[in-house]
Write a protein that binds this ligand. Sequence first.
Ligand code: A2H
Length: 253
Amino acid sequence: EGVIPQEYTLIKMEVVSPFPPKMSVLEGKKVFLAAATLRPETMYGQTNAWVLPEGKYGAFEINDNEVFVLTYRAALNLAYQRLSLIPGKPTCLVELSGQDLIGFPLRSPLAFNEIIYTLPMLSVLTDKGTGIVTSVPSDSPDDYMALHDLKSKPAFRAKFGVKDEWVMPFEIVPIINHPDFGDRSAERICIEKKIKSQNERDKLDEAKKTIYKGGFYEGIMIVGEYAGMKVQEAKGLIRSKLLETNEAVVYSE
Ligand code: A2H
C-alpha cells in the first residue's frame, strides 16, 4: 500500500434484476457493482465491466436497501468511510467469485450503452480499488486490449463462459478528441505499439503514459453535456454531478 492516499470515484453500476440464482437472496434490494475510476469524465464510453475470474468478492450492505459488490478489503475501507449498514463493520450477504459475476447485465451512469455486461480481465488487481473496473476501450489501453482479446479469441470467451452477445455488439464509443491520437486514442496507441494482448504489461503501461498527458491537458470532450469543453475542465463538473445524483460515491485508500 502506498503512503499517498488515492481518491477514486466509485461508479454505481446497477445489476439488472431478475438476479441470477447465486444472488437471489438479494432480490428486492438495489445491488451495484462498484467500480473505482480516476476518469469519471469517460463514463459515456463504457462498454462493459471487468472482474478477475478467480477473485473473491462479496455483496456488502451499504445501507438499508443498497448493496455493493466488491472485495472485502474495499468493503472494510468503505466502512471506515461511513459507507456500511453497521458503522465501521462490513456485513456480507453473499460471497461471490469473479467467475460468478461474469455475464451480469448492468445499467451504468452516463453510459451510451443502456445495458452492459460483466466480463473477465486478467490484469484486474484485487488489492487495489474495489476489484471491479469499468471498461472504456476508447481511452484506456488496458480496456481496449482486454475487449479485443475477448472479441478475437473464441477459446478465451469459452474458457470463462462468456456469451457472444455480451461482447460482440459492443464497439468503441468515441468520447474524447486527443490532439495527437484522435478520438479512439487507446486503439490507435495499441496498434502503433503493436500490442498483441492484455498480457503485455510493460507495453500497456507505456501506452497509458503516452496518451494520458495530451488526453488530459489538451483533450476535448466530444459528447455529453460538456461537449466542446477541455477534459481538464469537464472532469470535475462531471464528477460533482455523479456524486450529487448519488450515481457515484467518493472512495479513498
Ligand atoms: B481507469 P491507479 Cl478511460 N485493477 O478508469 C486494475 N485496474 C484498476 C483497478 C484494479 N483493481 N481499479 C481501477 N483500475 C483502473 C477508466 C480509465 C482509467 C481510463 C483511462 C485510464 C485509466 C476506465 N477504465 O486508468 O493505478 C481504472 O481505470 C489509467 C491509470 O490507481 C482506474 O481509472 O492509478 C485506474 O486503473 C486507477 O489506476
